[in-house]
Design a protein around this ligand. Structure first.
Ligand SMILES: C[S@@+](CC[C@H](N)C(=O)[O-])C[C@H]1O[C@@H](n2cnc3c(N)ncnc32)[C@H](O)[C@@H]1O
Length: 201
């Protein structure tokens, strides 16, 4: 009998995520979420029926497509991308689904000025929001919201400056008072955390 492996992904890639991956590949964009991260995001998205989901750093929409596949009909997903060209490609891919709203903006500036309703789940996939200004993200979360990230295990392509930054995040995040966090050392290195509003807020 063949031994089961721990890294086999059996979830087929949703068609829109596959289309987004193809667009990224043809444009030589290398940072799209892996299928493992995609499957993780899809499962997390499914835990928020009717939820308001947020992605910081859309790229062409690979993660967007996976989350969309987990969402129910009443859930919505806002995804923020700073590059107008890439955001347009992403918008085109999801044009047929009114649950997805692609915003062309710098995520940090957007977080500083956004004054709409809070989110029930966020996938943080921009450097500033992930490593430096998580406080800006917390402002826009409901109590109990999921805070998700990937790429937290060393990768050969990383620069010398990036490794210590990730180490620091891994040390800090499990002690962060606003989060109940678990590092999942699987796939590219995942973070799943629940936002806990500080008492008094
Ligand atoms: C890691 S890729 C995103 C991958 C995507 N979330 C996925 O799941 O496939 C990061 C993206 O964030 C965008 N980005 C980087 N800094 C940003 C910022 N400050 N605001 C908005 N987008 C940003 C980049 O242009 C890039 O497309």
């Amino acid at each position: 009998m063949t031994q089961p492996t721990t890294d086999a992904v059996v979830v087929p890639e949703p068609p829109l995520a596959a289309r987004a991956r193809d667009i990224a590949r043809r444009a030589n964009l290398t940072l799209a979420s892996t299928p493992e991260t995609g499957a993780f995001l899809r499962t997390m998205a499914a835990s928020k029926p009717g939820g308001r989901l947020l992605e910081l750093g859309s790229q062409t929409g690979v993660g967007t497509g996976w989350m969309l596949d987990g969402m129910d009909e009443d859930a919505t997903l806002t995804t923020i991308e700073q590059s107008p060209r890439i955001a347009d490609a992403c918008r085109k891919t999801f044009a047929g689904d009114p649950r997805v709203h692609v915003v062309t903006a710098d995520a940090t500036e957007w977080l500083e000025t956004y004054d709409g309703p809070p989110f029930d789940l966020v996938f943080v996939d921009t450097t500033t929001a992930k490593f430096e200004r998580r406080d800006l993200v917390y402002r826009h979360l409901t109590d109990g919201a999921l805070f998700l990230a990937d790429d937290l295990l060393p990768q050969p392509k990383w620069t010398d400056e990036h490794l210590p930054r990730v180490h620091r995040l891994r040390e800090e995040i499990v002690r962060e008072p606003d989060l109940v966090a678990t590092l999942v050392d699987w796939a590219s290195g995942l973070l799943v955390a629940t936002y806990r509003r500080p008492s008094g807020d």
